[in-house]
Design a protein around this ligand. Structure first.
Ligand code: A3P
Length: 285
């Protein structure tokens, strides 16, 4: 670590709770099993929301698990040292979480039947959410201003690298039967139908009461009060006082933060980087 990041394969990673050896082992040696379910995203795309939904689907709406076990234990992070250790020791079907870009993801996935759900979000909201996250936590280099973070984001000089490369890489998997592409925006707009879509993908059948419970208990306000899910139990060596992952939980917060010039610069880069992808794949304007 030289500049507040841990560099691995040319990409910046958070420097706390990650190690070069851990990343190398996770990326090259980890064996994904057929019965695993993997949640993948670029940071700040609604990962914790998705984990909460999957855990609730798994328990058929029963809240015992989500209220008694911390979210990072229920669906450990593959590339974080403690998460990797938990996963290696875990028997039976596992939930895994990862922010790894496609090209670094363990190759064992490609020959497995494991299910992957990739959640994405409007990059402008990802940027704003990321600014607050890295400013109020101690995992990585702290931006001094939103303007500075904006520049870093455009250059891909943020944890896990470029949003554009992340999306482009994982998009190449979108036609595979065992990959489901979701967006934060569709979850916001129609959570019930999106949860039903997830159930169908996972081959899970819930009755209407169970579905109601998944919907209610994964909602922003309920999740914000669940200390096993909102990360408020993280120590002050990791996060600022009163930190919660559930910050604002809306789509379009970028309009309250980015200047017209910043939004235009991001749009321009978006057009260049995402040329060739059908616009209908993405629910944002
Ligand atoms: P904001 O910072 O815009 O509020 P991740 O889990 O990938 O780090 O993403 C965090 C973002 O998801 C945060 O966005 C957070 O508020 C939002 N989020 C977390 N739980 C949510 C929920 N139940 N409903 C809606 N948004 C949620």
């Amino acid at each position: 670590m030289t500049d507040g990041y841990l560099w691995f394969e040319g990409l910046p990673f958070p420097s706390i709770d990650y190690s070069y050896e851990g990343l190398k082992e996770a990326c090259t040696k980890f064996v994904i099993k057929d019965e695993d379910t993997v949640m993948v995203s670029y940071p700040k795309s609604g990962t914790h929301w998705l984990i909460e939904i999957l855990c609730l689907i798994h328990s058929k709406g029963d809240t015992t698990w989500i209220r008694s076990v911390s979210i990072w234990d229920r669906a450990p992070w593959l590339e974080i040292d403690t998460g990797y250790k938990l996963l290696k020791e875990r028997e039976g079907p596992r939930f895994l979480t990862s922010h790894l870009p496609f090209h670094l993801f363990p190759k064992s996935f490609f020959t497995s039947k494991a299910k992957v759900i990739y959640i994405m979000r409007n990059p402008k909201d990802v940027l704003v959410s990321g600014y607050y996250f890295w400013t109020t936590t101690k995992f990585s280099k702290k931006p001094e201003s939103l303007d500075q973070y904006f520049q870093w984001f455009l250059q891909g000089h943020v944890p896990y690298g470029s949003w554009f490369e992340h999306i482009r890489g994982w998009m190449s998997m979108r036609d595979r039967e065992n990959v489901l592409l979701l967006s934060y925006e569709e979850l916001q707009k129609d959570p019930r139908s999106t949860i039903e879509k997830i159930c169908q993908f996972l081959g899970k059948k819930l009755n209407p009461e169970e579905l109601d419970s998944v919907l209610k208990n994964s909602s922003f306000h309920v999740m914000k009060e669940n200390k096993m899910s909102n990360l408020e139990t993280l120590p002050e060596t990791r996060v600022d006082k009163d930190f919660k992952i559930t910050r604002k939980g809306i789509s379009g917060d970028w309009k309250n933060h980015l200047t017209v010039a910043q939004a235009e610069a991001l749009d321009k880069l978006y057009q260049e980087k995402m040329a060739g992808f059908p616009k209908e794949l993405f629910p944002w304007e």
